[in-house]
Design a protein around this ligand. Structure first.
Ligand code: NOJ
Length: 793
């Protein structure tokens, strides 16, 4: 006899031909898959490339202080009709990027969901903040929170209830991924902190945060299936990110754990497949990891058009279908939604348990009830073009400057010392000639953000040229400019200044990246390397500034006439002011790289899977064979020289670190954590502090500046499974020091920081033996060490 699920699948087949079951074998699909149901609490090892089934979907527990709110949410749910319930979980047409319908009779005003991670995108008179990669480069918790809060204020003031932000997937597995700049750092620890601070900022300001994209969303190429011309039949499934269990826990799930702990209201599941099963219908990741292991209390929202089945997705843990039946990404809108009326039908005919639907809505409403937030408190329909920017321009200027990374500075080239003659080069220096929507890699104009749903709509842009000119005017300086890269690369730049050379040449370079495409190379765009060569040939003091999505190989870094290099990433609307503040020394650079700059693009491992030339439906497979070895973890494990390592960044002053001290906070550390009831973020014992590590930081130079001391952990080799990276970031701080001043900074090491994920016991384990704790100014510049042995061998 057919199981209910099989019946269900055929019930939906008429309206949902692309309906997809939970997959088990590298993408095989079919009704039989449904006959295998794995209870949540049964240990099952997920074989690499396979996604085991984990059912049923855990219900919200109310743990973590949500019990009252949950009860209020339940009260609300009990008043809804079946149709209203279906509406609550299904996107509808409306003014926002995603919309949930109003239910007037209950005073529920609907929900407005808006992108994205650096701005409320589909809005005018809103600020364009720095991108995630810039914010991470600040290595500054205060800035991360402040930015998240200010963004949240703007979302709320525009009437959005939900910010589709922040991003920790992609994490940065591949240097080439098109969306790395939306996220933070190629490191789970730094990204985890950045997620936590941003989410708290957003939610404290009154908007729900939506960490995304869960999980393994590490490339853009083939992120969605390809459909035939009817839009209904899949020709090739989306790429499958095949991630082993340990790597999943120690890299990709890690920052999501921080996000759940920060009580994010919602989490967006991703487009691509994960171990053979689509991100939004993967019961192992949604039911098992997110709602089970991490105790997530909010709701799982689909990415736009990422839903490929109805009840199969719901049973797997998906709580909201976005944008509903509006069709997107190649799917035929006439198919309608996999949710909507199908949900009501499924409950009515008994194929979907009504309590699961109630849980979906409770998850959605608990957040509102918790803070007594009422959806109607947001003014979605008021005056249009409301200016919500407040004084955020000042913050953005500061954030951009504090995040700028000084990579090279010889002969004290920087800060500038009131030069009387300046030459500015490059198509990134001046005004944008093709509009403010940031959706194109236009030739002329500075880059403040990348493209796609993670961009922002500029109200204004301060260009580097205009800011340098304004600053230079105070010194009565001559500022000449040459902004056409093609001409600069092929010309004799001395034509610009004959007969008297400028005191400094500043070359502004840019690198575009956008959603939907991976980067083809890691060079700067628009012949940037050639223009540096052309300028540096004749200008003995060439300063290079990059506005970039992230990693650029910088072959000109060795050129003796390139005296300084600044990586300014995507700083947002105050870009020019931020960089002028650094160039002139009003702000001492304190940004550090949130990734590694290698010598060559080919030095990076884990490139995206872009070359699948076969046509099999299931041929797009991306095997994460590098496991934990991404970015610095890889370069360190293989002893590969790099140009500028993760965590690196210079200052106009110098710093020293000394005297690492360790205070033990738990006198009876056990190998495994106590089994405590799951709270948001997982077993609370994992977050318990075990050691307090302190280090003395001193400013040894002659100007004030902010240091970024970092703590890396080396696990005991004999007792930790193979493949453990030699060094892993487990602490950082940013501390402002006057010249000659000293301060003590402390890093709390939690249980999770000293544990590896044991695939056999399915738990976190502290290995026996000695750990080395290294305090440094980058991942390769250790200044002082200490040893701890939490568990005797
Ligand atoms: C697709 C993107 O992947 C996601 O990040 C975004 O929030 C939605 N589109 C809505 O624009």
């Amino acid at each position: 006899m057919a199981s209910p699920r099989i019946l269900l699948l055929s019930a939906l087949a008429a309206v949902a031909p692309a309906a997809n079951a939970q997959n088990f074998g590298g993408g095989a699909r079919g009704a039989d898959d449904f006959t295998y149901v794995q209870p949540l609490n049964t240990t099952i090892l997920s074989a690499y490339g396979h996604s085991p089934a984990v059912y049923p979907s855990p219900k919200i527990s109310g743990n973590g202080g949500w019990k009252d709110a949950m009860a209020k949410a339940q009260d609300f749910v009990s008043q809804l009709t079946p149709e209203e319930k279906a509406d609550m979980v299904t996107g509808a047409a409306g003014p926002c990027v995603g919309n949930i319908k109003r239910i007037e009779r209950l005073g529920f005003n609907g929900l407005c969901l808006q992108d994205g991670p650096l701005s409320i995108r589909v809005a005018d008179y809103a600020s364009v903040f720095s991108a995630g990669v810039s914010a991470a480069a600040s290595w500054d918790r205060k800035i991360l929170y402040e930015r998240g809060f200010a963004m949240g204020e703007e979302f709320k003031a525009k009437g959005a209830h939900v910010a589709l932000s922040p991003v920790c997937g992609p994490l940065g597995r591949s240097a080439y991924s098109g969306r790395n700049w939306e996220g933070f750092a190629a490191d789970p620890y730094l990204t985890g902190v950045a997620m936590e601070e941003t989410i708290k900022g957003h939610q404290d300001a009154g908007v729900q945060a939506t960490p995304k994209h869960f999980i393994g969303n590490e490339q853009e190429t083939q992120r969605n299936p390809k459909f035939d011309e009817t839009g209904t039949n899949v020709i090739q499934e989306a790429v499958s990110s095949n991630i082993d269990d340990r790597t999943m826990h120690e890299l990709y799930l890690w920052p999501f754990a921080n996000s759940v702990r920060a009580k994010a209201a919602s989490i967006m599941c991703s487009y691509q497949r994960l171990n053979g099963s689509y991100g939004c219908e993967n019961s192992k990741t949604l039911n098992g990891l997110l709602k089970g292991e991490l105790g997530f209390q909010g709701y799982v929202m689909s990415d736009w058009g990422a839903v490929h089945s109805g009840v199969a997705s719901i049973e797997s843990g998906l709580d909201m279908n976005m944008p509903g039946g509006l069709g997107s990404y190649g799917m035929d809108p006439t198919l309608g939604s996999f949710f909507g009326a199908n949900v009501t039908t499924a409950v009515n005919n008994g194929t979907l348990d009504a309590t699961r639907l109630d849980d979906m809505i409770r998850r959605l409403n608990t957040f509102f009830k918790k803070k007594d937030w009422k959806a109607e408190d947001w003014n979605m329909t008021g005056e249009s073009s409301r200016d919500v920017r407040g004084n955020h321009g000042d913050l953005i200027r500061k954030h951009g400057a504090e995040a700028t990374v000084l990579l090279k500075n010889v002969n004290k080239a920087l800060p500038l010392k009131a030069p009387k003659s300046i030459a500015v080069f490059g198509n990134d220096a001046g005004d944008i000639t093709e509009g403010f929507l940031n959706q194109k890699d236009y030739e002329f104009g500075t880059l403040a953000a990348g493209g796609g749903s993670g961009t922002g709509r500029l109200t204004y842009i301060i260009t580097p040229l205009e800011a340098v000119k304004a600053r230079a005017k105070k010194d009565g300086a001559l500022v000449q400019q040459w902004l056409n890269n093609t001409l600069i690369a092929s010309s004799n730049v001395t034509d610009l200044w004959n007969p008297t050379p400028p005191e400094v040449c500043i070359v502004f370079l840019k690198t575009w990246a956008e959603e939907g495409a991976d980067r083809k190379h890691l060079s700067v765009d628009w012949d940037g390397e050639e223009i540096v060569a052309s300028v540096a040939k004749d200008c003995a003091n060439t300063v290079v500034v990059t506005h970039s999505s992230g990693i650029n190989v910088l072959p000109f870094a060795d050129h003796p006439n390139v005296t300084a290099i600044l990586a300014a990433h995507y700083p947002g609307q105050e870009s020019g002011n931020s960089i002028a503040d650094i160039l002139y020394g009003d702000v001492n650079p304190s940004g550090h790289l949130p990734y590694t700059i290698a010598f060559n693009g080919t030095d990076y491992n884990a490139p995206p899977t872009t070359q699948v030339n076969t046509t099999g439906i299931d041929d797009w497979q991306s095997w994460f064979d590098e496991k934990l070895e991404i970015d610095y973890r890889y370069f360190d494990a293989h002893n590969i020289s790099v140009r500028y390592e993760f965590g690196f960044g210079l200052s106009y002053t110098t710093f020293e670190l000394a005297d690492v001290k360790v205070e033990t906070l738990d006198s009876a550390i056990t190998t495994t954590p106590k089994d405590e009831p799951i709270q948001p973020g997982g077993n609370p014992a994992l977050w318990a502090p075990l050691y307090n590590v302190t280090v003395e930081v001193s400013n040894t130079g002659d100007v004030d500046g902010a240091a970024v001391p970092q703590l890396y952990v080396n696990f005991p080799a004999a007792t930790t499974p193979a493949g453990t990276p030699p060094q892993q970031l487990r602490g950082f701080d940013k501390v402002m020091l006057k010249k000659g001043e000293k301060a003590t900074v402390s890093f709390e090491l939690m249980r999770r920081d000293l544990s590896y994920w044991d695939v056999v016991s399915q738990g976190w384990v502290i290995p026996a033996g000695e750990f080395t704790l290294s305090a440094g100014l980058s991942s390769r510049d250790f200044k002082a060490q200490a040893k701890v042995t939490p568990i005797k061998a």
